[in-house]
Structure formats: C-alpha cells, structure tokens
Write a protein that binds this ligand. Sequence first.
Ligand code: ATP
Length: 230
Amino acid sequence: MQANIFTLSGIAKRYARGDDAVTIFDGLDMDIARGAFIALMGPSGSGKTTLLNLLGGIDRPDSGELRYDGRRIDSMSEAELTVWRARHVGFVFQSFNLLPMLTAARNVELPLTLTDLGRAERERRVGVALDLVGLGHCGHRPPSQLSGGQQQRVAIARAIVADTEVLLCDEPTGNLDRNASTEVLELLRTLNEELGKTIIMVTHDRMAADHARTTLALDKGRFVDAAVPA
Ligand SMILES: Nc1ncnc2c1ncn2[C@@H]1O[C@H](COP(=O)(O)OP(=O)(O)OP(=O)(O)O)[C@@H](O)[C@H]1O
C-alpha cells in the first residue's frame, strides 16, 4: 500500500470549444496522501470539477499519468474503469442526486446492486451506512420526506456503503443552509478521522474549507497560495 493514494504527473486536459481547444491543465503534478481531507478552492472555471472528475475516473487526461495506489488508471479501458470506480471511489454532489421514487435505504443500496452480495448482506451494509450518518431511523422514507441536510447525509451513506476508501465531493454544502452544512461537514470530518476515508471536496465556501485538514487553491489550472481569497 502506497503512502500517496493518488499521484498525478504531467496531467494535461483540454476541451474542445467550437473550433478551439481550451486548455484546463497543462502539466499538473499532484500527490494526495492516503487519509487526506482536502478542500479544493479557486475561482469559477479554474478546473476544480475537472480535477475531481479525473480523480474519480469519470474523465480522462489527454496526457500524463494518473495513479491510484501506484496503479495507472488513465490507461484503463472503460470496463476496467467502471469496476475500479465501484471499488474505490464514492461521489457526493451538490444536488444530492437521490432517486425520488426510491426510499432512502434503496437509494443507499444502489452501489451494491452491481455486486454479487446477497440480499441480507446488502441490508446489513445499508443499515450500517445509514447509522453512520445518523439516519438509521429514516431508511423507509422517500427523499421528499427528508430535509436537505438529511438528503445529503443519505447521499453520503450511498457514497460509503461499498466501503470505498475515497470520497469525492463536489460542493456538498452548496444547497444547504448553515446548520445543515455544519452537520454534513462534521460528518465528513468524522469519516476522515475515524474511518480513515480520503476526502477531496470542491467548495467555494470558506467555512466548508475550514473543516478540511488542507486547503488547496486552483487558479487557471495551477495550484496557487491557498491563503489568497478565492
Ligand atoms: N465537458 C466539457 N466540455 C467543454 N468545456 C468544459 C467541459 N467541462 C468543463 N469545461 C470547461 O473547463 C473549464 C473548467 O471547468 P471546471 O468545471 O473544472 O471549473 P470549476 O473550477 O469547477 O468551476 P465552478 O467553480 O464554476 O464549478 C471551464 O471553462 C468549463 O467551461
């Protein structure tokens, strides 16, 4: 097991915009230590979500090497990447992305439906994940009967139910009020400190960043001094 869970070397990423190519990263290097809790800040368009998507194997670099625990993920096939994602990363989004027709428990179970775990074991893991986020009593409710903060905690339970080591969070408090944000951030902190999850969280919110252990600031695809306001 490597001390750095992710290692990025010379990552380049461009998008086509009309006839032009827009360069987001041009030779980005980065090491992410196992067990880190990083807040990724920076102005709109600086590449935060692009970086999160590269780390999560949702998007691929145009060149450079991206390793997870020493193993290259940038050169995996789509099928390999799908399996890798399911085993290693959980995602949390600003808008929760829960399916409205399913109960909280069935939403949490979704990542397990792709595994060969039996029904009883799936139920057990769903119960553990819901208990961990403090919603063991809410499994039967649909998302519409939960507050925003509760919905985000269900989404976090879904992100950890498969026992992946990494949590990638894109503006997890962007749709929440202060109290709900604090609850979600304290939960992320607990998952980092007590379960050793490696967390990378994109945020515009300084209070959210204060809950992380490290703040990194991106500007135009490069890391800059995080003390400079985003
Ligand atoms: N799929 C895509 N196709 C074309 N351009 C894209 C694509 N995804 C992102 N971009 C562009 O890449 C740049 C970086 O986008 P990204 O979403 O990574 O920024 P960000 O720092 O997360 O911004 P925000 O804070 O607004 O979410 C932006 O200019 C965006 O328009």
